[in-house]
Design a protein around this ligand. Structure first.
Ligand code: KIV
Length: 284
């Protein structure tokens, strides 16, 4: 039997098995194979155990512990204040819940930009202390030395180009990125440095398709059109938890904000009128 090498020591798979098999753990090589096989990759963010458990059961291929948690969990206006320890705290919960999905943890702002030694140590901490399978970092050509060293050390790296939210102050806001030459050069450099997949955020759809065709590793788009090899969304956006902002690229699959608010209103009313707890909820 011919075996494909895998970065998860306990999992080996026969050459003939289809990638992204619903019954088997998703590995880093599976994602690269998925692109070659023309299979789409589904990814959502997750920040806690119960949500990650449901997403894993639903068959989401990749769970991203994004530093977007600064905004959607901590209530900040961007993710710049999120710390490495906070990412590890959330990463651990998500990795504990994931039975099948590949878990990727974002390296937060300034955890990989200062120097490459610090970057590799911090990436290593994420893998060692969370049990996640890979790290993600933002940036193109400037990140090449750090990515190369991490990959040499056996740390799988997902890249992130286009709109890179950790540079939101330099970019002047969360804006669509239209410079095709910059995007292609960055994505190519990150691929050549050894990244196994690349998130492409907020670029015109034709550019999302172009960069996807130019790479041999999969692209995971967010606001980058249907031409990418996979799609990622922030779970709170997809579930309709976030009410104030709805980016154009988000398709809400539920309206959890309304469901939660209405449930809380009913509960409060029942407590006030003493209809809860009822006889069936008390110990005798
Ligand atoms: O932090 C995050 O959630 C992300 C996604 C938006 C791709 O990087």
């Amino acid at each position: 039997m011919v075996l494909v090498p895998t970065l998860q020591a306990t999992v080996t798979r026969p050459m003939s098995r289809q990638p992204l098999d619903p019954d088997h753990k998703v590995t880093v090589p599976d994602l690269v194979a998925a692109k070659r096989a023309g299979k789409r990759i589904s990814m959502l963010t997750a920040y806690d155990y119960p949500t990650a458990l449901l997403l894993d059961q639903a068959g989401i291929d990749c769970l991203l512990v994004g530093d977007s948690l600064g905004m959607v969990v901590q209530g900040l206006t961007d993710g710049l204040a999120v710390t490495l320890d906070q990412m590890i705290y959330h990463g651990r919960m998500v990795a504990r819940a994931a039975n099948r999905a590949l878990v990727v943890v974002d390296m937060p702002f300034l955890s990989y930009q200062v120097n490459d030694d610090e970057a590799i140590r911090n990436a290593g901490r994420i893998l060692q202390e969370t049990g996640a399978h890979a790290v993600k970092l933002e940036g193109g050509r400037r990140c090449v030395p750090a990515i190369r060293r991490m990959v040499e050390a056996g740390i799988p790296v997902m890249g992130h180009v286009g709109l890179t939210p950790q540079s939101v102050r330099r970019l002047g806001g969360f804006k669509v990125q239209r410079d095709a030459d910059e995007l292609l050069a960055d994505a190519k450099a990150v691929e050549e440095a050894g990244a196994f997949a690349i998130v492409v955020e907020c670029v015109p759809a034709d550019l999302g398709k172009r960069v996807t065709q130019a790479l041999s590793v999969p692209t995971i788009g967010i606001g980058a059109g249907p031409g990418c090899d996979g799609q990622v969304l922030v779970i709170n956006d997809m579930l309709g938890m976030e009410q104030a902002i709805k980016p154009r690229f988000v398709k809400r699959q539920a309206d959890l904000a309304t469901i939660i608010r209405q449930a809380a209103e009913r509960y409060a009313a029942e407590v006030r009128d003493s209809s809860y707890p009822g006889p069936e909820h008390v110990f005798n």
